[in-house]
Design a protein around this ligand. Structure first.
Ligand code: GUN
Ligand code: FE
Length: 434
């Protein structure tokens, strides 16, 4: 057994986060497969484990915070280079910067080298689960599958129309690749039509059928931006079988893209009727606040996601960074943006506790792995982060989870990339990850 002593934060729901100013995470089992044995106060641990607690198996992080690894439920690992490129509008940013950047991943050596570097950085910021978009290329997906460490589903985007030549596949190629990768990677594979604009309905239909049959996740983008929605509807109303389609959501509904294993990023401009469809089909929305943020904050200016309306409609949701739409990899920055944007808009209820839940356990629940990971509980994976708060007094002086989290999310001031350096140490299943 190993004892990790520190200030423990254990997210449980939108309103509850366990807080132990002097707590211990008790971990047992071999590194790489280690599980949580108990989460308790240092005093209780002394009583319960007595002499089993020795200097040699105890790690003293009393000046640091211990919290579970993050789930980033929507990001593009192939967009690292365009995170901070000028973002005037979604469709222009895609054409001008993003597509050319993704095209470079056709080179296997390049893809391999980039994957090695990117996924090391992902572990360093404490993300050990989520849903990932890759480029259209087989070799980039394989590199991501090889280098990623955690509970991830990953898919190659499919682009069969309205896309630049070097990124355009035929429908036959898209389906053949889907079959091949589904077979090769099983449930780690996610069927990933980029969005309705770029993927023909026939490909979505056939791929969704294959994914459902294999029990795989499906993911795409939905209702991110008004210009995108207009273009999508006018495009589809000109296609056979879609002349009478009423909404963006209905396009995905009629191509089989919705369901309990469906993750749709953004969902900012949804009608009540659309939310009803998403709720009924148990489709999850992935909210990406740093990507949706104003252009002055290096976002795409897509608007503010209405989490209250979404929750009232009974639609499940979790947080994502949407790298490169979002500029910073750390989920701390995503949490901060969610809290700050809602506070600025006068929306109540976007607490730090809620942000932490939506960046951890909520993602694990949506991916169907919450029995095994997502927060601290006996029997779950020993996947956790040790976070230091430079120069701000001891975290143990905080009186509750909300105020401690508020302090963490304030730490770097204007330098948002400093969030990427907050994690001192991360352990994945009991093994030091980076
Ligand atoms: N919609 C279609 N593709 C993309 C993408 O790469 N990023 C974002 N933010 N939205 C998209
Ligand atoms: Fe995205």
């Amino acid at each position: 057994m190993k004892f990790y002593r520190g200030v423990i934060l254990n997210p449980k729901s939108d309103t509850v986060c366990e807080f132990m100013p002097d707590g211990v995470l008790v971990v047992s089992g071999p590194a790489g497969r280690a599980k949580i044995e108990a989460v308790l106060t240092w005093d209780r641990a002394q009583e319960k484990y007595g002499k089993a607690i020795r200097a040699s198996n105890t790690f003293d992080f009393r000046d640091s915070v211990i919290l579970p690894g993050f789930f980033d439920m929507h990001f593009h690992w192939v967009q690292d280079e365009v995170r901070t490129m000028p973002k005037d509008s979604l469709l222009q940013w895609l054409e001008k910067y993003t597509f050319p950047a993704e095209a470079r991943f056709s080179d296997p050596a390049f893809a391999k080298a980039r994957a090695r570097e990117f996924f090391k950085r992902l572990a360093r910021v404490g993300t050990f689960g989520g849903a990932i978009f890759s480029s259209i290329h087989d070799c980039a997906l394989s590199a991501a599958m090889k280098e990623s460490k955690g509970n991830f589903v990953i898919g190659n985007v499919l682009m069969t129309m309205n896309s630049p030549n070097e990124l355009t596949q035929t429908e036959e190629e898209a389906i053949a690749l889907t079959r091949k990768l589904l077979k090769k990677f099983g449930k780690r594979f996610a069927f990933t039509p980029r969005f309705a604009i770029s993927t023909s309905p026939g490909v979505m239909k056939e791929g969704a059928r294959l994914a459902d049959r294999a029990g795989c996740f499906k993911q795409s983008h939905l209702s991110e931006n008004l210009q995108e929605i207009d273009f999508t509807l006018s495009l589809y109303r000109g296609l056979r079988g879609f002349q009478k389609v009423k909404s963006y959501t209905e396009i995905y509904q009629s191509t089989g893209m919705l369901g309990s294993r469906s993750l749709l990023a953004h969902g900012i401009h949804l009608s009540r009727a659309e939310l009803r469809i998403l709720s009924r089909t148990r489709t999850a929305i992935i909210h990406c606040p740093t990507s949706n943020a104003p252009i002055s904050e290096q976002g795409l200016g897509s608007g503010l996601f209405d989490f209250k309306k979404t929750e009232r409609a009974g639609v499940r949701w979790a947080l994502g960074s949407d790298i490169g739409g979002g500029p910073v990899l750390s989920m701390f920055d995503v949490m901060r943006s969610f809290v700050e944007q809602n506070a600025r808009a006068g929306v109540k209820g976007a607490s730090c506790i809620k942000a932490l839940y939506r960046a951890t356990l909520a993602g694990a629940e949506i991916l169907g792995v919450s029995k095994q990971t997502g927060n601290f509980k006996k029997g779950k994976d020993a996947t956790f982060l040790v976070v230091s708060l430079p120069g701000q007094g001891k975290p143990s002086q905080s009186t509750d989870a909300q105020s401690l989290l508020a302090r963490i999310l304030r730490t770097p001031g204007l330098d948002r990339e400093a969030f990427d350096r907050l994690v001192q140490l991360s352990l994945y299943r009991g093994r030091i990850a980076v």
